[in-house]
Design a protein around this ligand. Sequence first.
Ligand SMILES: [Zn+2]
Length: 320
Amino acid sequence: MTRRRTRRKKPLPALAALALALIALAAGGYKGALPGPFGDAPPSGGPLTSPGSSGEGAFHGDGAMAVHFIDVGQGDSILAESDGHFLLIDAGENDQGDTVISYLEEAGVEALDYVIGTHPHSDHIGGLDDVIRAFDVETVILPPVEHTTKTFEDVLDAIEEKDLSITLPVPGDSYELGDAAFTILAPQKDYGDDLNNWSVGLRLACGDGAFVACGDAEAQAEEDMAASGLALSADVLKIGHHGSSTSTSDAFLKAVSPAFAVISCGEGNSYGHPHKETLEKLEAAGIQVLRTDLLGDITAQWGEDGVTWAYSGNNAAELP
Ligand SMILES: [Zn+2]
């Protein structure tokens, strides 16, 4: 496998980040509600709420962030937002570009601070070229591994067309996202031809709230993250590799210790995702599971009252 040479942009140094945070605080801090595709933010009364709910949500005051799991069928596409700043992780298959663009427009995205392609498989980066062309993008993060597909070349072409450079993920590097910040967790090392294990992993934190997502990282990459000494604990974990039994290793799940797990997969997919072993493991650990194949688009919102949920589908009966 060949490596391409890339320019690496330096992330915001901690001192500069602190200065910016102080300036933001002096300027009056967070104002207004975050836009969402479900209209009003859901109430903060229960752990899980329906999209039809209305009322004052948890999107007021400092420390708010939201993570949207966009239903792209079998694949991943995750939009994170805080104080009008946006991070997109993956964009589903090639035919999902328009789905993701529409969702982002409805969510009020005008520009993306960050776009991350976790790894070069088409169910993650397929729609990324369309998204990169449709929005102003500041920083693109891709792992230092190539794939000999047209899908991968299309993404590189879009990056070049927009005159963007590629930022390499370095474990421990942190990036500001509005009132939140994310830290790169993976890839921890060279995984050769194993593209899943090259997945970019990150932990997004805002106040006491945290979210972890690591693409299709499998047990080996998860164990390397668990052994890295980086903070992994989170309220919400995006389950690796669509719920495959080759991910969600015991050491990693213990290190993250989430209250909620989100699985992004397509209804009736040919891989049998999510695998029974993964669902049983999550159930045994008392972790509530939310699935895009059952609930459609899923949104987690962090606020003063912890995490509240909304979803686009009508499968309330499928909620834990
Ligand atoms: Zn995948």
